[in-house]
Design a protein around this ligand. Structure first.
Ligand code: ZN
Ligand code: ZN
Length: 334
């Protein structure tokens, strides 16, 4: 089978590899599509080092080609979405239900080989059968959607409440749809006009351009009070974290799911004065089934987010395209 093998920063080349054979609890998946995200980009550039050689790719879907002798949750021939993180299952964090926080967590495509290849081997417990009638274009977004389902869940939205979504990349555009499905009204806030009309098309009740518009005033007008009930921050920039605190009403909730790689100079005076709850949200625990239900019901229109696809032998073009401001989700088709 052919795989894109990373041998060092920006050193990515196709190579013929032996076809993987599954261990007793594994599945071999014929990869149909693998999405690219900021994490892959940071690994590709070397900003986030991994052990080389490495096959990247953690947002992937495919058809089960082979299963180990002790696998019972999936069968050969099934289309699956891969949950690309698994934990040790025995540490205190795992046993108390925080498996996403396990310090021995293994990330497929980062710690072990992933989906930028024709075939990938993963533990069968990481495979979720695709619901009937969900196209590959939609299924491909299952992993980032699971991230967002958890983030929105941690905001504990109640029907009729108001929410602001900060950042309109793929996570933000998914978050606004999940918030709508949970019955909240959504103000979408972005730093460029590019995504605002798509946000409206996907259900945003109002949009604001941060920088140009006074987004604090927009949050007040939109909510009809001191600010929105909750903010879901997906941009992962230091500025966005500060902005999230400013848009939230006293007593409201701020969920951070974009990973801010730089420190932020947040004024905690306002966190105390407004009794804000600032909540981190890290990948997912048990959110894959809900993500698949949202795709199956059509509540989340994930296919609208897929902006470009590239064959595996053009994977470097896919990385370039990922950086283009016009791209939302770029995928590789091995
Ligand atoms: Zn990702
Ligand atoms: Zn653990």
């Amino acid at each position: 089978m052919i795989a894109a093998v990373l041998r060092g920063p920006r050193s990515l080349a196709l190579a013929a590899m032996p076809s993987p054979s599954p261990g007793a609890l594994d599945a071999v998946v014929r990869v149909k599509a693998a999405g690219l995200c900021g994490t892959d980009y940071r690994i590709w550039t070397g900003e986030r080092p991994v052990q080389y050689p490495r096959i990247m790719g953690h947002e992937f879907i495919g058809r089960v080609m082979a299963i180990g002798q002790d696998v019972s949750n999936i069968s050969v021939g099934q289309m699956v979405a891969v949950e690309p993180n698994y934990s040790c299952g025995v540490c205190a964090l795992c046993r108390e239900g925080n498996r996403n926080l396990c310090l021995s967590r293994v990330a497929v495509g980062i710690d072990v080989d992933g989906g930028f290849a024709e075939e990938a081997t993963v533990p069968a417990r990481c495979c979720w059968p695709a619901p009937e009638g969900v196209s590959q274009e939609r299924l491909l977004l299952a992993e980032p959607l699971a991230v967002v389902v958890r983030a929105v869940g941690r905001a504990e939205p109640a029907t009729g409440e108001t929410a602001a979504v900060l950042g309109l990349g793929s996570l933000g555009l998914l978050a606004l749809q999940v918030l709508k499905a949970r019955g909240t009204r959504v103000l979408a806030v972005a730093r460029s006009t590019r995504r605002l009309s798509l946000a409206r098309e996907l259900g945003a009740d109002a949009v604001a351009l941060s920088g140009a518009d006074d987004d604090v005033a927009a949050a007040r007008t939109f909510s009809g009070r001191e600010g929105v009930d909750m903010v879901v921050e997906t941009a992962g920039t230091a500025a966005a974290v500060e902005q999230a605190v400013n848009l939230c009403r006293p007593g409201g909730r701020v969920v951070l799911t974009g990973l801010p790689h730089e420190p932020t100079s947040l004024n905690f005076f306002w966190v105390v004065r407004r009794e804000l709850r600032i909540i981190g949200s890290m990948i997912y625990q048990d959110e894959f089934p809900e993500a698949l239900r949202l795709l199956a019901s059509g509540a989340v229109r994930a296919d609208r987010l897929l902006s470009q696809t590239f064959p595996l032998d053009r994977i470097e073009d896919a990385f370039q395209a990922h950086r283009s401001p016009d791209s939302i989700k770029v995928a590789v088709i091995p």
